[in-house]
Each structure stands twice: as C-alpha cells, then as structure tokens.
Design a protein around this ligand. Structure first.
Ligand code: NAD
Ligand code: TYD
Length: 368
C-alpha cells in the first residue's frame, strides 16, 4: 500500500476510486479487483469501528492500492482526490451499515449515508463536469445499496423487483433509501452517469462480528449464547460476498446508465435455519471436547427479545441483472458458508484484533 504518482490516465492506466473500501464488502471488492486487474484503486475510508486496515495485509507492498483515511462528507478532500487521481469510476460502499446500531443511534447513519453521499455526489459532479467529452461519457458513479429499502415482504409475496415501492422501516434502510433517491436525482437532473445496485444480505470473510453469521461463529467458539431475535423465523436472502463483488464489477462494466439492478443469492433462509447450519458445520470442523458441558453448539441457541420494527422477510428477484448483464451467483449457500466458516476458523487472529473494547461495550449494551 503506498502512494501512486498522480496522472495515471496520462500513462494510459485507468484508476477507480472506492469509498468504504476498508469495510466488509469494500475490502473484499478491493482484494478481488486487484486479483483480476492491473487497474489501481484509490481507497477512501474513514476507518470507523467497521473499517480495518488489517484486511489488506496481503496488499502491503502493492503499489496499485492507495489508502486514504478520510470522510466522504469532506468535500474538499474528495474533490482533491478526484482531481489528483482522475478515476474513471467511483464505487460508493461507504456507509453506516448495522440496523441494530441505527436503532440505538441513528445520527451517524443520517450523516454518512445521506449527507455524506450527497456531498460526495457534489464533488463528483464538479469533477465530472470538467472532464473531456470522451472521459465524461465513460465515467460511472456506482452506488452500492441494499434490498432493505423495499421494506418487508409477506411470506407469500413475490420477491423484490427494481420497480418495487420504497418502504424502508429502520433508520438504516431509510437513510440508504434517501441516498438512493439523491443518486437517482443526480442522474435525472444533471445527467451524472450513475448506476445503483440493491443487494441482499452478504456473508463471507472480513465481516465484522456484530452481524448475524460472524457473531454466531464467534460466540459459538467461545461457548457463549447464540442470540436469536424473537422466533427466528425472519427470512433473508443470503449471498456470498465474492458474488456481490462480481455483480458490482459486471454492473460497472455493462450496466445501463441510470438503471437500478437488484442482486441476490437465490437463497431464502430463516435465521434459525442459518444458525442451525452454522452449528452443524462447527460440530464437524471444531468438535466440542468431551469434558465440556455441551455436546453440540446448537445447545447454545438462545431466543431473546426481538429487534424493534424487525422486517420479517426480504427476497430478491434477480431476473434483471441475469437477463441484461448475464450475472448469476457462482456459490451455493453450501459452498459459500463452508468457505466462510473455514475462513473464520483460520483467521481467529483477525477476529481477536478487531473485537476491541468498543466491540465488547456494544455487545454488552445490545445483548444485556
Ligand atoms: P461495513 O459497515 O462493514 O463497512 C462500511 C465502511 O465504510 C467501513 O470501512 C467504514 O469505516 C466506512 N465508512 C463509514 N462512514 C464513512 C464515511 N463517512 N466516509 C468514509 N468511509 C466511511 O459495511 P458493508 O457491510 O461492507 O457494506 C458496504 C455497503 O454495502 C454499504 O453501503 C451497505 O449499505 C451496502 N450493503 C451491505 C450489505 C450487507 O449484507 N453487509 C448488503 C447490501 C448492501
Ligand atoms: P443482520 O446480520 O444484522 O443483518 P440485517 O438486519 O441487515 O438483515 O441480521 C440478519 C438477521 O439476523 C436479522 O433478521 C436479525 C437477525 N439477528 C439475530 O437474530 N440475532 C442477532 O444477534 C443478530 C445480530 C441478528
């Protein structure tokens, strides 16, 4: 990781600017991008509790990765970065992303997800407006969003399509919905070449252990309770993070400007099914010793008070991205979850480094 001389474009090399690239999906995206392309990445991230530079240990001496510690809401910084590095695309991952935290403290969500996205768009609009015509036509602003903006589905309702009404129910999803609308308006009003993706729940390496799957793995290994909100019959459509990254690359390369693409894993499961599946895998990969007080990790499952306003079901209809762009997930849930559990077992040091005092305070407060 080091500074790249500016003016890459003059040397015939394109560059992309990624925001929030030290978080879960962003760091997978950056790593996958550099594994498949010589094109450098400028990675702008505020390094909140969710951003971790240790994710880039493998890129330590890689000149193609330039990390910049900063806020998408800092207009002078983002404008300066755009002018300095001349990216051909901006991919906006930066966000506050955890629903439960948005319930306890919505302010940061409004600040980053709404105001931050707005300010970033303003910088990008200024930069893009001054580009020569050919670069202007090729430029893209890709906004990474969530299926949660569509609200909650009844059990028998059809999955979300891109034309579903926005009905966000949490401060997180409302702030993401607002950002999607601002992105849309910048295309409609200023013709900024935007793309928006709305993806289902991701899982995989580098996910912070406040989200369901890594939290369950982390607690199980410590023989702590596995907290299930309410009856555990809420449904999510789970997608392996590498597939989300490949979908974003496909939309960036072949998406139609101004369009929205839903991304999903074709894999609806209840939370209790997810947790049982994790316990089964852990029972095989990390059997409990015979002198412990439990025989299987599933004995740790504990139903707790439900999340306020908990959405019952999300499901994605990914027909559009498949028919228009030819993207489909490569992983099944079986293959993706197995890889994920193995990654957490092999990377306990990573987990230990990020579960700091702040993490412990959050867990105490949330699960008291
Ligand atoms: P994350 O919380 O793991 O990472 C967010 C990153 O953004 C962190 O590195 C953080 O430091 C950074 N950040 C926060 N505020 C910032 C600011 N003001 N300026 C610059 N950087 C800032 O989130 P994630 O799970 O990787 O999600 C990434 C994006 O994908 C988000 O926009 C989220 O809404 C969206 N998304 C996530 C999922 C999912 O299942 N995790 C599903 C669909 C869409
Ligand atoms: P989460 O990973 O927080 O993602 P989201 O709320 O964005 O879908 O939660 C996934 C599901 O798991 C959601 O229905 C809430 C539930 N859940 C629990 O039952 N227990 C927990 O401790 C957590 C963190 C989530």
């Amino acid at each position: 990781m080091c500074s790249i001389p500016c003016g890459n474009r003059g040397a015939g090399l394109m560059t992309i600017l990624v925001t929030g690239g030290a978080g879960f999906i962003g760091s997978n995206f950056v790593i996958d991008w550099l594994a498949g392309s010589e094109e450098p990445v400028i990675n702008l991230d505020l390094l909140t509790y969710a951003g971790n530079l240790i994710n880039f240990a493998a890129l330590k001496n890689d000149d193609r990765h330039t990390f910049v510690n900063g806020d998408i809401g800092d207009s002078s910084l983002t404008f300066q970065l755009l002018q300095q590095h001349n990216p051909r695309a901006v991919i906006n991952f930066a966000a506050e992303s955890h629903v439960d935290r948005s319930i306890h403290g919505p302010e940061d969500f409004m600040q980053t997800n709404i105001i931050g996205t707005f300010r970033l768009l303003e910088s990008v609009r200024g930069y893009w407006g001054d580009l020569p015509d050919a670069e202007k036509a090729n430029f893209r602003f890709l906004h990474v969003s969530t299926d949660e903006v569509y609200g909650s589905l009844d059990a028998d309702a059809p999955a979300f399509v891109e034309t579903n009404r926005y009905e966000p129910n949490s401060p997180y999803s409302a702030s993401k919905a607002a950002s999607d609308h601002i992105v849309r308006a910048y295309h409609h009003t200023y013709r900024l070449p935007v793309l928006t993706t709305n993806c289902s729940n991701n899982y995989g390496p580098f996910q912070f252990p406040e989200k369901l799957i890594p939290l369950i793995i982390h607690n199980a290994l410590a023989h702590k309770p596995l907290p299930i909100y309410g009856d555990g019959l809420q449904i999510r459509d789970w997608l392996y993070v590498g597939d989300h990254c490949s979908a974003i690359r496909a939309v960036l390369a072949n998406g139609t400007v101004g369009e929205v693409y839903n991304i999903g894993g074709l894999n609806e499961m209840t939370n209790i099914e997810i947790v049982n599946r994790l316990c089964d895998i852990l029972d095989k990969l990390r059997p409990i010793s015979s002198d412990a007080s439990i025989c299987s990790y599933c004995e740790l499952i504990t139903h707790i008070k439900d999340r306020p306003g908990h959405d019952r079901r999300y499901a994605i209809d990914a027909t559009k991205i498949e028919s228009a762009i030819g993207w489909r997930p490569a992983e099944t849930f079986e293959t993706g979850i197995r890889k994920t559990v193995e990654w957490y077992l092999d990377n306990q040091e990573w987990v230990e480094q990020i579960v700091t005092g702040g993490y412990r305070r959050w867990i105490e407060r949330q699960y008291a």
